[in-house]
Ligand binder design. Structure first.
Ligand SMILES: [Zn+2]
Ligand SMILES: [Zn+2]
Length: 201
């Protein structure tokens, strides 16, 4: 069965009440919901093999194929000589991330050289590249504080609070944040990678 054609459900007077999924007979207000009910979201074909209670209508085969494709795309980012489409290789000497080697600090390494060294020590394959990590910014914004400070005030008092030096406070907060040690707040970039192993010419 390829397509799903919703079945109109009519009242005694012929008025349209709802739509039923032709596969599992569940009724919906919207024709489109009835059509999508038992379709696999990956291949858009009917999946009649699962009971209704399942959350996903993905065919097992489709899910498996998709996750294999995803895994091989991810592998290529680390191990293909050729830089994959969508990846920009930049210069970077700080922390890097490699999802292939999660046993080492959940995949984080202090530098490309540290990753290279670790792989060599563990006798693991050195990837050609790894994700560049950036410091995740701390979200400390004075706007929320200002809102909080003014919420219970009369209009004139509120105006005074609003006129206070909030930018000065933001500068203080930024300065404070800079002085803290957030070394565990690194996060990998999606599209930027750095060379870990040089290609042999
Ligand atoms: Zn259905
Ligand atoms: Zn499918």
């Amino acid at each position: 069965m390829i397509a799903s054609i919703p079945i109109p459900l009519r009242g005694p007077a012929g008025d349209l009440l709802a739509w039923a999924c032709m596969v599992c007979r569940t009724a919906y207000q919207q024709q489109e919901s009835a059509r999508l009910c038992c379709l696999c979201p990956i291949c858009n074909k009917v999946n009649s093999s699962l009971p209704k209670a399942f959350e996903s209508r993905e065919h097992t085969r489709c899910s498996k194929q998709r996750s294999e494709e995803r895994a091989s795309r991810e592998d290529a980012r680390y191990f293909d000589r050729k830089v994959p489409v969508g990846i920009e290789v930049i210069a970077h000497s700080g922390p890097v991330f490699c999802a292939k080697y999660l046993p080492h600090q959940e995949g984080f390494f202090s530098s490309p050289a540290a990753l290279r060294l670790w792989c060599t020590e563990q006798r693991l394959r050195v990837p050609y590249r790894a994700y560049v990590c950036t410091l995740r910014p701390l979200d400390l914004d004075v706007d929320a504080l200002r809102e909080q400070a003014t919420s219970q005030l009369t209009e004139s008092a509120e105006a005074n609070v609003r006129a206070a030096d909030w930018e000065g406070l933001q500068r203080l907060i930024d300065q404070w944040a800079k002085a803290q040690d957030f070394s565990d707040r690194w996060e990998p970039c999606d599209h930027y990678m750095v060379v870990v192993k040089e290609k042999k010419a």
